[in-house]
Design a protein around this ligand. Structure first.
Ligand code: PLP
Length: 401
């Protein structure tokens, strides 16, 4: 997927447009799988919320992943993509008992993260196997919004509540077949992750019928050249060894599960926008593009820094730009960024646009959500049409006055 290919996608499908490189997704999947090749049974469940286009789900499923879902709609989407229910894990937070029962009736693996629902579900459905989401209270994650394992986090059942948890399981005679943690995104320190894993192993010893241990996700990917990222190979080596030891101790070959989103799809994605206006102010040169935080909210929400390349003039002299959108609210994508000289009409490409980009897009300012394209076998495949005015009006009810 070179610059010419990307420019051709804009020619054909217009801008703004998201483009995902299938070969990068495949390479990341292979990398993760290879890192854990010393473990007999490994299950990689793709976190659907990162990028939930049905063609992407089908691609990942064809590679061999299961799906990690956080809402009943994501469960339905994964089923629609042809994923077998037993390859889907449902890990909601704060949803109703009814929704969990619905997911259970569809045959997917249930993962429960609070004692109230656990007791209610266990009382009504003692036979349904349930995984438990533990909060190990390990501080990890790159931004407070994505650190979900700390003491005041709303996620998981506190490891300190193990006595109460065990009592519920004994009283209801429910079947706990898995134990899970997910401590947040952007983990840099492998040792912190391994430390959290030890807490999970300790917790696992309280249940004698486990089939799997799910270590969640949170692998950090690079955002620019030379950026630090989770060393998956070293991590795989260390955790595999420890996991195999634990299985011996436990007396059963368990499955090691992960549920990466960002790691699998982040780097595959490019977001292509067109420069509408180059605007000089007294202190800055703004490049204003035909998009905004309605299409890519991560810079405003998390302060994430997506690399931006002027693919219409990649060899041009570099100058400093603030890249902003067209939303009537501050929507800065990048401040004071060195980019090769920009002219109006140029196409800019944002990197790391695979995860949490399209899936967080909205219609704010009554703009259409972008088209999505999957680059597969050296060809561009449209996998979502750009919205139209009908989509904006759909479901609205116009009263007459
Ligand atoms: C969001 C989420 C993930 C994926 O996290 P990444 O950082 O994208 O890998 C995995 N598991 C659960 C439960 C999640 O909520």
């Amino acid at each position: 997927m070179n610059y010419q290919d990307l420019l051709a996608v804009v020619q054909e499908h217009g801008s703004p447009v998201y483009v995902y490189d299938a070969s990068k997704i495949e390479a990341q999947y292979k990398r993760l799988n290879d890192a854990f090749k010393k473990v007999k049974q490994v299950k990689i469940n793709y976190a659907v919320k990162a990028l939930s286009n049905i063609s992407v789900l089908k691609l990942l499923s064809s590679l061999g992943t299961g799906m990690d879902t956080v809402s009943i709609q994501e469960v339905m989407l994964a089923l629609e993509a042809g994923v077998a229910p037993e390859k889907i894990i449902y890990t909601p937070n704060g949803v109703s008992l009814e929704e969990i029962e619905r997911a259970a009736s569809l045959g997917v693996q249930i993962n429960i993260d609070n004692l109230s629902i656990l007791e209610q579900f266990g009382t009504k459905h003692p036979k349904t196997p349930v995984c438990i989401r533990i909060n190990p209270h390990v501080m990890a994650g790159g931004n407070t919004n994505i650190s979900v394992g700390h003491i005041d986090s709303k996620f998981g059942i506190s490891i300190h509540q193990m006595p109460h948890l065990k009592r519920i399981v004994e009283n209801t005679k429910m079947n706990i077949n898995g134990i899970h943690m997910h401590t947040g995104s952007d983990i840099l320190d492998i040792d912190v992750f391994l430390y959290a894993s030890e807490i999970l192993f300790d917790a696992a010893k309280n249940f004698d019928n486990l089939d799997f241990i799910d270590f969640g996700s949170g692998f950090k990917v690079p955002y620019k050249e030379g950026d630090i990222e989770t060393n998956i190979e070293e991590f795989g080596e260390k955790l595999s060894k420890r996991f195999n030891e634990f299985c011996k101790e436990y007396g059963k070959k368990l499955t090691l599960a992960f549920e990466p989103g960002k790691f699998l799809v982040s780097e595959s994605g490019k977001f292509l926008v067109k420069v509408n206006v180059v605007k000089q102010t007294t202190s800055t040169v703004f490049a204003q593009v035909d998009s905004g935080f309605n299409h890519l909210i991560r810079p405003m929400l998390y302060g994430s820094q997506h690399e931006i390349t002027n693919i219409s003039n990649p060899e041009g002299r570099e100058r400093f730009y603030s890249v902003v959108g067209y939303i009537c609210e501050t929507d800065t994508f990048a401040n004071n960024r060195r980019i090769s000289e920009i002219s109006e009409g140029d196409i800019l490409s944002f990197s790391n646009a695979g995860a949490y980009c399209f899936s967080m897009a909205s219609n704010y300012n009554s703009r259409y959500r972008p088209a999505e394209v999957l680059w597969h076998n050296n060809k561009a495949h449209l996998i979502r049409k750009r919205e139209t005015f009908d989509d904006i009006l759909k479901n609205q009810i116009a009263l007459t006055f």
